[in-house]
Design a binder for this molecule. Structure first.
Ligand SMILES: Nc1ncnc2c1ncn2[C@@H]1O[C@H](COP(=O)(O)OP(=O)(O)OP(=O)(O)O)[C@@H](O)[C@H]1O
Length: 513
């Protein structure tokens, strides 16, 4: 019968456990997904995945194991104590004093376990981070032959974890030793005081036997509570960061409701925009940028590496908010627009696009809210010069891809198709930096040519350009240096001015020669 009850209880707690872990993971994942991009600048992937994985599992132990056993033993202990006090007040009080000492040690031990658990979680997250980084950079590791170095980097965290576990074991030993000592003291005290009271005729031998049995029960309950409380404390220690992350307020972009524009014309204005990344609050990445782009205009942004070109488009995409100044789209301050509906009208192709582990068709459809047919997907792929190479893949548009299967240029073409499929009013293209990447140049140039010749679409295009042929296809060129716009105009005008742009062009011509 008891076995059956244990079975039912174990099953119920198992189910409760599973629901708890699932809910925690969902809530945590949702909370993380709704954070500002700047939050991810300060967190590592290994750390966050560790919180979602091991830490959530650890927290669930509270309900499945510890809480259940603590409650049972607390009830058992309380019952025994009442009975002991009824049996003999002085002996009962002596046992209570011993149990209180044990409880005090138990609290200190619990606190220690909580701290150690937190450290172990941190070290596990750091070890995960190292492993994740190494696996994602495996080609670099192999080419540079740094396998041993990476193993050492991983082992440092493992050693730190082992050090804490060693100290935890020592603390556990001390806890058990305290229990044994105090347990035997109770028996000695009971026999001494009990023996004297039997001699004095105040207690019977039967009462003393009962007393010994119940005091054993009480002290064992206290020990069990201590043991489970320590693992409960470990869970609490592990859960602190999980709950902190869960409690983070969602980004304002998800909570505030902006106005939805029925139609976007594509007029973009930067008014005196300055920007600092919160992780580097002393370095101004953009300084007093003023730029106005007309609907349908193609503007190339050029400049040395690190001059703030990508940051400028990141602000337009609202991945970050300007520290000073304002960005207007069709005359409306960008932060007053509904961010979701605004982004639906913007297409973005990053410098080194990455693909999801899904088929090519789904990768192109990714994030498209319109109801698109396969013909539309193929149309977008043709516009991006991707159709032919996709057809040459074993399963065509149904080929499962991940980040490693395709070349950089092929991934870029899929990303361009994805951006075009949205039929964006504003298209942002970030050309690959590598001077050798002629394929990227060809792709971007192709898009610009197609857009130019199309009579149906009229998009505003901002292209971060590195190569001459891309730049020449633009209506206007914006030259950036140290976070400021230093020159602006047409290719020929800027050449005549003989400033930074002319120098960049000469440098590129020398590199090609
Ligand atoms: N997330 C970030 N956190 C802190 N600083 C950053 C961040 N992203 C970029 N920066 C810094 O901002 C400056 C401008 O970077 P940005 O990427 O805008 O330059 P860029 O002109 O696009 O360079 P490239 O042509 O090499 O892509 C650089 O000094 C860079 O180190």
């Amino acid at each position: 019968m008891q076995v059956e009850i244990f079975g039912v209880r174990g099953c119920c707690f198992g189910i409760a456990n599973m629901i708890l872990v699932k809910r925690m993971r969902e809530t945590l994942y949702q909370s993380l997904l709704s954070q500002d991009i700047s939050f991810f600048d300060g967190e590592t992937v290994g750390d966050l995945t560790s919180r979602l994985g091991a830490d959530c599992q650890q927290v669930s132990r509270v309900i499945g194991n510890d809480l259940n056993l603590i409650l049972r033993n607390a009830l058992q202990g309380a019952g025994s104590l009442i009975y002991l006090l009824i049996l003999s007040l002085p002996l009962g009080l002596c046992t209570l004093a011993i149990c209180s000492t044990l409880s005090a040690i138990m609290l200190i031990y619990g606190q220690y376990q909580k701290k150690s658990a937190k450290l172990i979680q941190e070290y596990t997250a750091s070890a995960n981070e190292v492993a994740q980084e190494t696996f994602s950079l495996m080609r670099t590791v192999r080419v540079y032959g740094t396998e041993k170095q990476e193993l050492k980097r991983y082992s440092i965290w493992l050693e730190k974890m082992a050090g804490i576990s060693l100290r935890q074991s020592a603390a556990y030993g001390f806890w058990n030793w305290s229990f044994n000592t105090l347990y035997h003291s109770t028996q000695v005290i009971a026999v001494l005081i009990g023996g004297m009271s039997i001699l004095a005729g105040q207690t019977t031998a039967e009462q003393l036997t009962k007393f010994l049995l119940y005091s054993e029960w009480l002290i064992y309950s206290t020990w069990w509570i201590g043991d489970n409380l320590s693992s409960l404390m470990q869970s609490v220690g592990a859960s602190e960061k999980v709950f902190q992350l869960m409690d983070l307020p969602a980004s304002d972009q998800f909570t505030s409701k902006g106005s939805k524009l029925q139609r976007l014309l594509g007029c973009v204005e930067f008014h005196n925009v300055s920007f600092y990344y919160s992780s580097r609050p002393t370095v101004a990445v953009l300084r007093h940028v003023n730029l106005s782009v007309q609907p349908g205009e193609v503007v190339a942004i050029v400049g040395l590496s690190g001059s703030g070109k990508s940051t400028l488009v990141n602000l337009l995409l609202r991945l970050y908010e300007p520290t000073n100044g304002q960005i207007l789209v069709d005359g409306f301050p960008i932060q007053e627009l509904d961010v979701k509906s605004f982004r639906e009208k913007v297409g973005y192709v990053g410098q080194e696009p990455r693909l999801f582990r899904m088929d090519i068709s789904s990768n192109i459809r990714y994030g498209c809210t319109r109801n698109v047919k396969q013909e539309d997907v193929e149309w977008a792929a043709r516009q991006a010069y991707a159709h032919e190479f996709i057809l040459s893949l074993p399963d065509g548009y149904q080929t499962l891809v991940d980040d490693d299967l395709l070349s950089g240029g092929q991934k870029q073409r899929i990303a361009i198709a994805r951006a075009i499929l949205r039929d964006p009013t504003i298209l942002i293209l970030d050309e690959a930096t590598s001077a050798l990447d002629a394929e990227s140049e060809h792709n971007i140039k192709g898009v610009l040519r197609a857009e130019r010749s199309s009579s149906t679409t009229k998009r505003t295009i901002l292209v971060i350009a590195h190569r001459l042929s891309t730049i020449q296809a633009a209506d206007r060129i914006v030259v950036m240096d140290g976070g400021q716009i230093v020159e602006m105009g047409k290719h020929s005008e800027l050449l005549l001015r003989d400033g930074l742009y002319a120098r960049l062009i000469r440098r590129q011509a020398d590199a090609v020669a």
